[in-house]
Design a protein around this ligand. Structure first.
Ligand code: GRF
Length: 194
C-alpha cells in the first residue's frame, strides 16, 4: 500500500506536479491524495485537478493573525482525506508549533539551498553574492525552527560564471523535481517498515 501524501502549495506548484507524476509509478512509496493551498486560484491547484488529484483551497486571510485557527481547518482537511505524510512544496506560511507538533516526523519540506546554508528567502542571490561554487536544494523534516529540521537529502548544482538568481533558480528547480520525489518515496517506504 502506498502512503497517502498531501502536498501543500502557495504558488506555481512545479514540485507538486513532479511529486504527483512520480507517485504514480508502481514502485513509488507514496501517492499524492490531496493538494492543498492557502491561496485560492494558486496555479498549482488547476494542474493538480487536471492530473485527477483532489484539491482544496483554504485561504488564510479570513483568519487574520490567528495562524493556528487557519491551521486547524487545514489539519481537518488533511485528516479527513486520510493523509499520512505532508509534503510542503512552496507553501509560504510559517507554521505554528501546534501544526508542526501534530505532524512530527510526518512532514517534509524542500528548500532551495544547501542547508544549513541560506535558510529563509533569496537563497540564490545570497549564494551568488557569496561567491559560492555550487548551490542546490535540501529536503528536510519540518521542525519548529524555519528550515532547520533534520536533512533527508540534498542535490547539488554548479554556479556558473555570470549566473543570475533567475538562471540559478531554474537549474536548482530541475534538481528539486528529481530529489523531492526520490526522498519522499524512500521516506514513505521506510515508514512502512516501522
Ligand atoms: C521551490 O524553489 C522550493 O524549493 C521552495 O519554493 C519553491 C516552490 O516552487 N520551497 P514550485 O511552486 O514548486 O514551482
Amino acid at each position: 500500500m502506498k502512503t497517502r501524501v498531501a502536498v501543500l502549495i502557495s504558488g506555481a506548484g512545479s514540485n507538486m506536479a513532479a511529486l504527483i507524476d512520480a507517485g504514480q509509478a508502481p514502485d513509488s512509496g507514496y501517492e499524492v491524495a490531496l493538494v492543498l493551498s492557502n491561496v485560492e486560484g494558486a496555479g498549482g491547484l488547476a494542474i493538480a485537478a487536471a492530473k485527477g488529484v483532489a484539491t482544496v483551497a483554504i485561504p488564510h486571510k479570513p483568519f487574520g493573525k490567528d495562524r493556528e485557527a487557519h491551521e486547524r481547518v487545514v489539519d481537518e482537511a488533511l485528516r479527513a482525506a486520510g493523509v499520512e505524510v505532508v509534503a510542503l512544496a512552496g507553501y509560504m506560511r510559517v507554521l505554528t508549533p501546534w501544526l508542526v507538533g501534530g505532524w512530527r516526523e510526518r512532514m517534509l519540506n524542500i528548500h532551495p539551498s544547501l542547508l544549513p546554508l541560506y535558510p529563509g528567502l533569496d537563497t540564490h542571490a545570497r549564494a551568488i553574492a557569496a561567491g559560492d561554487a555550487e548551490a542546490g536544494c535540501t529536503v528536510h523534516l519540518v521542525t519548529e525552527g524555519v528550515d532547520e529540521g533534520p536533512i533527508l537529502g540534498q542535490a547539488r548544482v554548479p554556479i556558473v560564471q555570470g549566473d543570475t538568481p533567475e538562471a540559478l533558480a531554474e537549474r536548482v528547480k530541475t534538481a528539486e523535481h528529481t530529489l523531492y520525489p526520490h526522498v519522499l518515496s524512500a521516506f514513505c517506504k521506510a515508514l512502512g517498515r516501522d
